[in-house]
Write a protein that binds this ligand. Structure first.
Ligand code: ADP
Length: 474
């Protein structure tokens, strides 16, 4: 029968969860390049087995049994207790693969079968095994035997109450062997990823027993299978976009009503208290706080709405003559107001009017995003803002001396929901720069950044002074 629809555990997002979610029948290879990668996969694999009341066997070779025991203990496993109740065993290659004196793939598979039956007879729910395959580099066995063994395991594991992770240290094995390892395991663990293996071949194929007809069937099956996975992904992204659109619209309606009510309350309060002596300072402060939180919420919802508009390619512009210098000065002023009573570190370089045909409110939004980021990530240090023309473009530079960016984050942060800092440090949705870039693009312009980690960043918005015609705007 042709393998394989993706097992459920592949849907979990991080390796630890995926390893814990592995179920009977799985046959995985772990191709690792460092001890960290090895332990990151193996420790959750073993602890999950112990939790599910399975017998767990670790066949050592590259490491000593003592080393493996220590790693498990450091991971919180009470090794002695599990060994006493025979739920955890450690074996060397001589006790496992070479127990009959030399290695025989079929002999090893019947040894596994016996072990699975024995585990069930002793009241365990199954058997899981992991082996360090470096033993195969010894003289006792040829690499063809290992490949044959790995291929035959794919007839053994499916349907059995057992599962395995075969460990291959990439530095110790030849590329030829790793290639065959990747042909013989339906699932591969690489670094922190558990991958449904595109290169997996059935035992008959690996052992050269398949017909051309069977190979064609397999190739077509693989093509359909991976196309189906792509389609699932596309559907998931579409589902998220649809949800975003509906949710932001639905949130916007009560929010607008709420905003009007707060404004009404503020008006009522000033009407009731014609003189300062009748004012209730606590109430005024409370309403001021409510108003600020409402604005924050409003900004988040309108960012989400913009993202769904951008997804639906509905970001339309209303061009008019706009003075960028004046617009920036006003944006700086209102950003400064928002921050009062903090001392605001903006300095805008004086300049002459710089007039272009742009969408005023979209441009205000882009400029405000850059200014508020400079404040948010600027560590309270001054921010320098400069507007100037260069060739046929208008430039806006926002320069801060804040936290800066790592080189690998500099282009990623312009994508939606991408952030270079965790939400526990500074909160945000990761949409401001995405929206800014889309506004710049809609105008035929660009936004980019130069930055040094720990020293600061300069974001530059470049806009054509005359908008490009729709034909030139690809
Ligand atoms: P948000 O601020 O909500 O996370 P943005 O899209 O505006 O969303 O920014 C994306 C990410 O880019 C931020 O999370 C931050 O890591 C980084 N970033 C933006 N502006 C700056 C800046 N001036 N200095 C350093 N990092 C910045």
């Amino acid at each position: 029968m042709l393998q394989h629809s993706p097992p459920n555990f592949l849907r979990a997002t991080n390796l630890q969860e995926q390893m814990r979610g592995m179920t009977h029948g799985a046959h995985c290879c772990l191709v690792y390049e460092s001890p960290e990668q090895q332990w990151a996969a193996i420790l959750p694999f073993i602890t999950a087995g112990l939790m599910h009341n399975e017998v767990c066997a670790y066949i050592t070779d590259d490491r000593s049994i003592l080393e493996v025991r220590h790693a498990l203990q450091a991971h919180g496993v009470d090794v002695d207790a599990h060994v006493r109740r025979k739920a955890l065993t450690f074996m060397t290659k001589r006790e496992a693969y070479l127990s009959g004196g030399s290695f025989s793939p079929s002999g090893m598979i019947s040894f596994l079968g016996d072990t699975v039956r024995q585990a069930a007879a002793n009241g365990f729910s199954g058997f899981r095994v992991t082996g360090e395959m470096t033993w195969a580099l010894g003289r006792e066995c040829g690499c063809e035997d290992v490949v044959e063994y790995e291929a035959l395991l794919n007839d053994f594991f499916p349907g059995s109450r057992s599962l395995a992770v075969c460990q291959y240290n990439r530095q110790r094995f030849s590329a030829e062997l790793i290639r065959d390892v990747l042909r013989t395991h339906p699932v591969a663990i690489l670094g922190d990823q558990l991958c449904s293996n595109l290169f997996y071949e059935t035992p008959a194929m690996v052992l050269g027993r398949e017909s051309a007809e069977q190979r064609v069937d397999w190739m077509m099956h693989q093509l359909r299978h991976f196309r189906a996975a792509e389609e699932n992904l596309e559907r998931a992204v579409q589902g998220r976009d649809d949800f975003l659109g509906v949710a932001s619209h639905e949130l916007n309606t009560p929010l607008t009503a709420l905003k009007l009510q707060v404004q009404g309350l503020q008006r009522l309060l000033t009407q009731r208290a014609p003189g300062p002596e009748q004012e209730d300072p606590k109430l005024i402060r409370a309403l001021g706080r409510t108003d600020r939180q409402m604005r924050r919420l409003s900004k988040l919802v309108s960012d989400l709405l913009d993202v769904s508009r951008i997804n639906a390619r509905q970001l339309t512009l209303r061009h008019e003559a706009v003075d960028l210098q004046e617009l920036v000065e006003e944006a700086v002023e209102s950003a400064s107001d928002e921050l009062s009573p903090l001392s605001v570190p903006f300095s805008v370089q004086p300049g002459t009017p710089l007039i272009g045909l742009w969408d005023r409110s979209r441009l205000e939004q882009a400029v405000t995003n850059l200014l508020s980021n400079a404040l948010k990530y600027g560590r309270g240090r001054p921010v320098r803002v400069r507007v100037f023309p260069h060739e046929d473009k208008a430039f806006l530079e926002v320069e801060d001396w804040g936290i800066g960016l790592r080189p690998e984050d500099r282009s990623r942060i312009f994508e939606r929901f991408e952030r270079a800092i965790s939400s526990s440090e500074i909160s945000g949705l990761g949409l401001g720069l995405f929206i800014t870039r889309e506004i710049a693009r809609a105008h035929g312009g660009t936004v980019d950044v130069t930055s040094t980690l720990g020293e600061g960043s300069t974001f530059t918005l470049k806009l054509p002074i005359i908008p490009p015609s729709p034909l030139t705007q690809a």
